[in-house]
Design a protein around this ligand. Structure first.
Ligand SMILES: [Zn+2]
Ligand SMILES: [Zn+2]
Length: 250
């Protein structure tokens, strides 16, 4: 899998041309091209890590999700990097820059551009216009992403199996060090797994420890627990209902 289907330059060039015009349709089209540009940037960045990332996972990510995931797992995805290459004695150093935009800003710009792709709300429809100055400013901000973007520091992706849907959940050691829990990335699951760190490793757990009277472990997930919910033991088929039982603290 390579990043070739994504052509950042093409989208940036189209946007530049369209921004020479002033009509609404050109400006709207320019917004779309700039969005494509940002999407291509994010996919390119992700696909560079493809030998470490399970392909089946990334291939299903929509741009918005890809953007979020990238910054969630990679502490460098958000930063400008400078690499210095010099001779053995440290002379004639060459500095190479990796230009990036903070992910929070990238997402803001992406959503901002997206708002121009819809019809305006009825209350704003009468005097709707796209602020060209704003688009030009966005163009200046994002065009830095085209330069010197080949420095990629590999991220140590790993996966573990979701306790609920059995799909692979992606994580990095950076994420583990900085978070208490992780959500299953399968959009129809999203079960939360808590991270338990110990010397030299970590464990993930999503279930509440609860044993049925038959001795089997019940499938109760922290993040899915609801009052009134009926839980069936998969072994003896006895049903339990979740009831609140408040105990005053002494
Ligand atoms: Zn899951
Ligand atoms: Zn049972």
């Amino acid at each position: 899998m390579d990043a070739k289907p994504y052509n950042k330059r093409k989208h940036l060039a189209s946007a530049k041309l369209l921004l020479k015009n002033n009509d609404l349709s050109s400006l709207r089209h320019a917004s779309l091209e700039m969005r494509y540009f940002l999407e291509a940037h994010v996919y390119e960045r992700l696909l560079k890590d493809a030998d470490q990332l399970p392909k089946s996972i990334i291939q299903k990510w929509e741009p918005n999700k890809a953007m979020k995931m990238l910054s969630m797992f990679d502490k460098l995805a958000d930063m400008d990097l400078t690499l210095t290459i010099s001779e053995h004695d440290g002379s004639s150093p060459i500095k190479i820059h990796y230009n990036n935009i903070k992910n929070s800003e990238l997402t803001k710009i992406y959503n901002n551009l997206g708002s121009y792709l819809h019809l305006p709300q009825p209350s704003k429809a009468k005097d709707f216009s796209i602020n060209k100055e704003k688009l030009l400013k966005i163009f200046e901000t994002i065009k830095v992403l085209i330069r010197g973007n080949l420095i990629i520091i590999k991220t140590d992706y790993s996966t573990f199996e979701c306790e609920s849907c059995q799909q692979a959940i992606l994580f990095t050691s950076w994420y583990i060090e900085n978070n208490e829990s992780i959500l299953c990335q399968n959009d129809s699951c999203k079960v939360e797994h808590f991270i338990e760190r110990y010397d030299g490793g970590c464990r993930f757990g999503s279930k509440i420890q609860c044993t049925c009277k038959c001795g089997a472990e019940l499938e109760i997930f922290h993040s899915k627990l609801k009052i009134g919910e009926v839980i069936k033991c998969t072994s003896c088929l006895v049903k339990y209902r979740v009831d609140p039982n408040l105990t005053p603290i002494k």
